[in-house]
Design a protein around this ligand. Structure first.
Ligand code: SAM
Length: 246
């Protein structure tokens, strides 16, 4: 069996209720790469295909989504039948050497059991002109999350799970990439509404599965109080994109 850190087959039942694709993020990914109708693009850890399908709708290239979880892939497949969604672990994508033009992964890295092996294998399957874009968060960005305010223990948990940007850069170079280029993005502030409370209620953020019951209940009560007192919760999501060229 494949190794998993969180049971995404179970998560797949609620994932699309609490998480959507991010068009701004997908446009920023596409701004960094030149693709043609002949290009082969892979979304590694594609989940329910939200960003895969957004990206595929904007390019002529052939796009394939890979994920370890059958449950997540099934949800992706139910949305359409044009884009192939294939089960494979990130460190063993079934392609021959130098066959892929571009790979991207959004919010996947912190789930991977063997990041060096993943980078090594993606470098192997990329063409000599190929590139990889990893969308993740730096430790400073984790500290500034809204969930870190209400659930401080979740920031500590995630700084254990997420390699910081300099570590990612180092691992990419060691895996054989010739150049790496990190960029930070801050999205427009949005007022968090009841959908945020619902996501927290359903533990739609994976780090909430990893804190103690007491820490979760304390944070949930503080959050509910903030809503009851009509506090304006303005939040600007932040991401780091780490670009790697073969
Ligand atoms: C937070 S979700 C992100 C999904 C999607 N990229 C998105 O942005 O909506 C993380 C995904 O990584 C997948 N994943 C976890 N470990 C993996 C592995 N070793 N190989 C491939 N996918 C993996 C999970 O099954 C899950 O679908």
């Amino acid at each position: 069996m494949f190794r998993k850190t969180i049971d995404y087959d179970k998560v797949s039942k609620v994932y699309d209720k609490v998480r959507a694709g991010n068009p701004e993020m997908v446009h920023q990914i596409l701004d960094g790469v030149s693709l043609s109708g002949k290009s082969l693009v892979i979304d590694v850890g594609c989940g329910t295909g939200n960003n895969t399908l957004l990206l595929a709708s904007l390019v002529q290239a052939r796009v394939i989504g890979f994920d370890i979880s059958n449950g997540m892939l099934q949800k992706a497949y139910e949305k359409q039948s044009q884009i192939p969604f294939v089960q494979a672990p990130a460190d063993c994508i079934p392609f021959s050497d130098e066959s892929v033009d571009f790979g991207f992964m959004t919010e996947v890295l912190h789930h991977l059991p063997d990041i060096p092996a993943t980078f090594h294998d993606i470098c192997r399957i990329l063409k000599s002109s190929g590139s990889l874009c990893i969308v993740t968060q730096s430790h400073e960005q984790i500290d500034r999350r809204m969930t870190s305010r209400f659930f401080p223990a979740s920031a500590a948990v995630d700084k254990e799970r997420y390699p910081d940007i300099d570590v990612i850069e180092d691992l990419l170079l060691k895996a054989g990439f010739s150049a790496v280029n990190p960029k930070e993005y801050t999205y427009s502030p949005v007022r968090l509404g009841l959908e945020y409370l619902e996501t927290v209620t359903k533990c739609g953020f994976s780090m909430l599965h990893k804190i103690s019951k007491e820490d979760y209940e304390k944070g949930f009560e503080d959050l509910r109080n903030a809503f009851q007192q009509s506090e304006v919760l303005l939040y600007s999501a932040e991401y780091s994109f780490v670009w790697a060229t073969k």
